[in-house]
Design a protein around this ligand. Sequence first.
Ligand SMILES: NC(=O)c1ccc[n+]([C@@H]2O[C@H](COP(=O)([O-])OP(=O)(O)OC[C@H]3O[C@@H](n4cnc5c(N)ncnc54)[C@H](OP(=O)(O)O)[C@@H]3O)[C@@H](O)[C@H]2O)c1
Length: 289
Amino acid sequence: MSKSKIELSGTFTLGGRTVKRLGYGAMQLAGPGVFGPPKDHGAALSVLREAVASGVDHIDTSDFYGPHITNRLIREALAPYPRDLVIVTKIGARRGEDGSWLPAFSPQELTQAVHDNLRNLGLEVLDVVNLRIMFSAHGPVEGSIEAPLTALAELQRKGLVRHIGLSNVTPTQIAEARRITPIVCVQNQYNLVHRTDDALVDALARDGIAYVPFFPLGGFNPLQSSTLSKVAARLGATPLQTALAWLLHRSPNILVIPGTSSVAHLRENLAAAELTLPDDALRELNSIG
Ligand SMILES: NC(=O)c1ccc[n+]([C@@H]2O[C@H](COP(=O)([O-])OP(=O)(O)OC[C@H]3O[C@@H](n4cnc5c(N)ncnc54)[C@H](OP(=O)(O)O)[C@@H]3O)[C@@H](O)[C@H]2O)c1
């Protein structure tokens, strides 16, 4: 896919930089369960290089993918990094020896996580760091995030982090966070069939804050819907391309980061930038959620 095609997704400001709204999420590059090395190291590098060659300038990652493995793959494939590439990482969790996802919120753990990201990505400063709230691994749960956010803001003041975002958060937590420090993006679960954050997407759009849905394709088990398949077939597109085009249409502040470990799937996903959804298709897709 040529660079100009992916530009059809449009652009948005993320941490003071302009990025295309169609990006790439690197989580799927680690081994099964996002734990351990990939099955095919060379294939993982190819996906990253193909993404950037196709014009992707926003990559989402974390040092707890693998752990450490995804960031090291990004560095091996892409460093020295193109000037226009924005790498967004996240901290706030760690992996147990069995691959479990555990909270890691203490100032010491957050500081360690920032340094791990810097070292494994080969960077001197992180563009954007999302604080991933882990009161529950499965969805946002209310509770003050002041203590970990204050610790992250301190790392920002020290110059290790340019911009701060939040992940797995409620509107109340976002409001609390914005009283402490500027927030440039929010990363919560959202897709065609999971629209709990509908009002939040619109509120953040009004404030110029990026909304970056995780599991844009439904996550480990990509989403399926007979309506989606029917609309996609009519448009001559795949269901997952149609789901991505719906997200891009949904709101101008949505940045999509579909994840894949396959170059073929990456190409399919990036081609969603070229898909326009006519009104009748939108009406049918909107009726799914
Ligand atoms: N903040 C958080 O808590 C959080 C949580 C989860 C994810 N994330 C971020 O969000 C990004 C996206 O989420 P995700 O990767 O978990 O889920 P996703 O993008 O919704 O879907 C990924 C799944 O879809 C498959 N897939 C991708 N493209 C496909 C295609 N064209 N045809 C068929 N299958 C396809 C992938 O398998 P293949 O590898 O076989 O293509 C993988 O199983 C992640 O990479 C990560 O950066 C953040």
